[in-house]
Design a binder for this molecule. Structure first.
Ligand code: DP6
Length: 360
């Protein structure tokens, strides 16, 4: 599908008032998106596991205005209370998507949103939040165009979510999502994410992600600023090529369930992401001393136990520990014995691979 396919025709049906709720999960990238072109086009393709319990639930109440407004009309409640600091992000999102949803200025919206994970956990809610809101808006679009089919619905929801936050494009479905064109992945696109179309070995079913909350504070540098620093970055081209190559290699690894090589790619991607931050100008660092302590402990434990756990990182200090379900008991015991000490207030969240957003 091309960009024009997402421009809605003029709607003929009557606009109705209503309310819709979606619960949308967070996701964790294995091959990282870091660097983008204009209009939220990624500099390289990325692939992620969709999570299951880390999610945002968003309700959208929509009331028809007597006549379309000049600007967007909306209120935003986070955990039941007005949240003015979220409004500029939604305003930008609405202005980016209004060409694709012509009804936006014909409604007053009340957006009520909450996260399953603690607010100050350092877990970004933009992926789950933007995808939940995009899906709620697609519900209105579907009322106006009932002939819309499910594949188009999901592709357009992902397309819209991407315009809110790139990684949100990958939170619509699961268990493994690819966003960004890659020559070896049929149907892949820079405009929206697709469910990874090739076989995923059963070892990845129920793959676990335990998120160690190392630093729950606000990040010093936002992802958007970080992405921009890839423009003119001395290693950018090489990095984008590396991501492309890693995606090619993963195809066989996913089919065969080759965890040894899976681990090498996933950990290298995480460290490269942070290496890009550290070699930007201005340079910055989001890892904390405890992030490094945990990584070293994981390496030691892996060598000793022969289990297949590995780590990955987002744009922050928290560590995602990934492992097959068969290793759950062993790894959770290791986390309790050796890693909890490095978590802020001993906190961690247990999650696993999931299947994507649901209407509630
Ligand atoms: C490090 O999706 O948060 O998590 O498009 O500017 O909203 P914007 O960026 P965002 O970047 C996420 C970067 C990452 C890697 C990833 O999820 O692929």
């Amino acid at each position: 599908m091309r960009e024009n396919d997402f421009v809605s025709g003029s709607y003929s049906g009557p606009l109705m008032n209503g309310k819709v709720t979606y619960k949308s999960p967070s996701n964790i990238a294995l091959v990282k998106y870091w660097g983008k072109k204009e209009n939220q086009v990624p500099a390289n393709p990325s692939v992620s596991f969709t999570l299951d319990s880390c999610a945002t639930t968003t309700s959208l109440t929509y009331s028809k205005l007597d006549e379309p407004g000049k600007d967007f009309s909306f209120e935003l409640l986070f955990e039941g209370k007005p949240k003015p600091d979220f409004k500029p992000k939604i305003q930008t999102f609405f202005s980016r998507i209004s060409a694709y949803l012509p009804f936006l200025k014909s409604y007053h919206f009340v957006i009520e949103t909450s996260n399953s994970f603690p607010h100050s956990s350092g877990i970004a809610s933009s992926a789950s939040g933007m995808s939940a809101l995009a899906l709620c808006l697609m519900h209105i679009e579907k009322q106006l165009f009932p002939e819309i089919e499910v594949d188009y619905f999901n592709a357009k929801a992902s397309f819209l979510a991407r315009l809110g936050s790139g990684s949100a494009a990958r939170s619509i479905k699961g268990p493994l999502m690819q966003w960004g064109h890659h020559q070896d992945t049929e149907g892949s696109s820079d405009l929206y994410a697709i469910t990874y179309p090739y076989k995923l070995h059963e070892v990845f079913n129920d793959f676990q992600d335990t998120i160690l909350l190392v630093d729950k504070g606000q990040k010093q540098v936002s992802s958007t600023v970080g992405h921009n620093l890839m423009h003119g970055h001395p290693f950018a081209e090489q990095r984008f090529k590396q991501a492309d190559d890693n995606l090619s290699k993963l195809r066989k690894i996913f089919i065969e369930g080759d965890l040894v090589n899976f681990i090498k790619i996933v950990e290298s991607e995480a460290l490269t992401l942070h290496a890009m931050m550290m070699s930007s100008l201005p340079y910055f660092m989001l890892m904390k001393p405890n992030t490094l302590q945990i990584i070293n402990k994981i390496w030691e434990f892996r060598a000793k136990s022969k289990s297949h756990l590995c780590f990955t990182l987002d744009a922050g200090a928290n560590v995602h520990v990934l492992y097959p379900k068969s290793d759950k008991e062993l790894v959770l015991q290791f986390i309790k014995d050796e890693l909890v000490a490095y978590c802020e207030n001993g906190q961690y969240l247990c999650d696993q691979i999931g299947n994507g957003a649901v209407e509630i």
